[in-house]
Design a protein around this ligand. Structure first.
Ligand SMILES: *Cc1c(COP(=O)(O)O)cnc(C)c1O
Length: 400
């Protein structure tokens, strides 16, 4: 088929898929323009309901009600309330998630907490050797503080690296660079068979695909809210502590907000029951309530339909790339098997940095990850098939 013919064939298919897309209507709940925005795995787009809510929080709740808002506007209970709103998206029953602090800080709480929950004589932490840097840095510090040895391992090698020494394992559900999805159920079960605790980082999976925290018995989990959950720049992260562990969860950051009686102002610490135990200090209310407004776009949306569309989008993008881009010019490092794929496509490309600059100049926004990766995130809530086809076409024009 001639190049022009194949381009129009893909474009026609894109139009058909957009017409059949049950989630297509959600796009109007976001502030978007003509740019093809494939960077929602770094910073989700702005939901239209957020600016008005933030304005109300600032002008009325803060400006007029002032201190009364801690009670009357529900500020004090926001971390648990918003945690319960995130819970169904990651397969958790209510009462196990609190929102607050950054992902980095929550990795620290979760990992030190996990080591303290592990039995005596366990003095090793396993960490994904290819992890996002902050997780590795925090894991190293958590290991030093708890007297453990830190062992970086490839996630595929976790089952054989586990031993009676392993206290906890910190893994990523989806790799931030390659977009590879790891098998959370089987890795969690292997970790449990060795008597260790499983700590999962959900930054690149929550809001893009089902996680099933409760179903698979995950012990602790963390994630950010500014990627697929569209909470806004620096919006607070979350911490999940499985219900069965909460009574024994001993946070390394026990602040007054996680005290059983925070206004008792006692000099000695007594942890609150339940997920509240993961709180530290005064929550970042402006960001937190922007996130709460952003989460309203999920009302009535099933994560299974989001996953189905995500796979269709990434399949279609890969198909358009192979139809349009000269053979050998890029190489996909994203697994072709659906079970191993997150919601992004990563293409290895010799001059990736320069190519991404040109893509952005031409209205296709992805990002560049050192040293040679073009990364394209597909947010099913607002990315469509025609845009996906256009992104591949612009990429091919640049590479031709
Ligand atoms: C995005 C991301 C983070 C971000 O951590 P912050 O504390 O929010 O800066 C951490 N870990 C992973 C795996 C990520 O993808």
């Amino acid at each position: 088929m001639s190049e022009r013919g194949s381009v129009s064939a893909q474009a026609a298919r894109a139009a058909e898929m957009d017409a059949a897309d049950e989630l297509a209507g959600l796009r109007k709940q976001f502030v978007l323009d003509d740019v093809v925005y494939l960077d929602g795995n770094s910073l989700g787009a702005l939901p239209v309901g957020v600016p008005g809510r933030v304005e109300d929080v600032v002008r009325r709740q803060w400006g007029e009600l002032r201190i009364r808002s801690w009670e009357e506007s529900g500020w004090w209970t926001a971390p648990e309330r918003i945690g319960d709103r995130i819970a169904p998206l990651v397969g958790a029953a209510a009462g196990q998630i609190v929102v607050g602090d950054s992902t980095s800080v929550n990795v620290f709480k979760a990992l030190v907490g996990a080591v303290r929950l592990a039995g005596d004589g366990r003095d090793e932490i396993l960490v994904d050797a290819t992890t996002f840097p902050t997780d590795g840095y925090i894991a190293a510090s958590a290991a030093r503080l708890t007297g453990c040895e830190l062992r970086p391992v490839d996630p595929d090698e976790v089952p054989s690296a586990l031993s009676s020494r392993t206290a906890a394992v910190l893994l990523n559900h989806v790799d931030y660079r390659t977009g590879r999805r790891y098998d959370l159920p089987s890795l969690t079960s292997a970790i449990h068979s060795a008597g260790a605790l499983a700590v999962w980082d959900l930054c690149h999976s929550a809001g893009a695909l089902p996680v099933g925290l409760d179903e698979h018995g995950v012990d602790l989990a963390v994630g950010c809210t500014y990627k697929y959950l569209n909470g806004g720049p620096g919006s607070p992260a979350y911490l999940y502590v499985r219900a069965g562990l909460q009574d024994r969860f001993d946070s390394p950051l026990p602040g007054w907000n996680s005290h059983a009686d925070p206004f008792g102002m006692s000099p000695s610490y007594a942890p609150a029951p339940g997920a509240l135990r993961g709180r530290v200090g005064t929550p970042d209310i402006l960001s937190m309530l922007a996130l709460e407004a952003a989460l309203e776009v999920w009302d009535g949306v099933s994560i299974d339909s989001v996953r189905a569309k995500s796979l269709a989008l990434t399949d279609f993008f890969l198909e358009c790339v192979s139809a349009y881009v000269p053979e050998g010019r890029v190489e996909s490092v994203t697994p072709s098997a659906h079970a191993e794929r997150g919601s992004q496509v990563a293409l290895r490309c010799a001059d990736a940095g320069a190519v991404m600059k040109r893509l952005i100049d031409q209205g296709v926004v992805g990002d560049f990850r050192h040293p040679d990766i073009l990364r394209f995130g597909f947010t099913p809530l607002y990315v469509g098939f025609a845009e996906t086809e256009r992104a591949a076409r612009v990429l091919a024009d640049i590479l031709n």
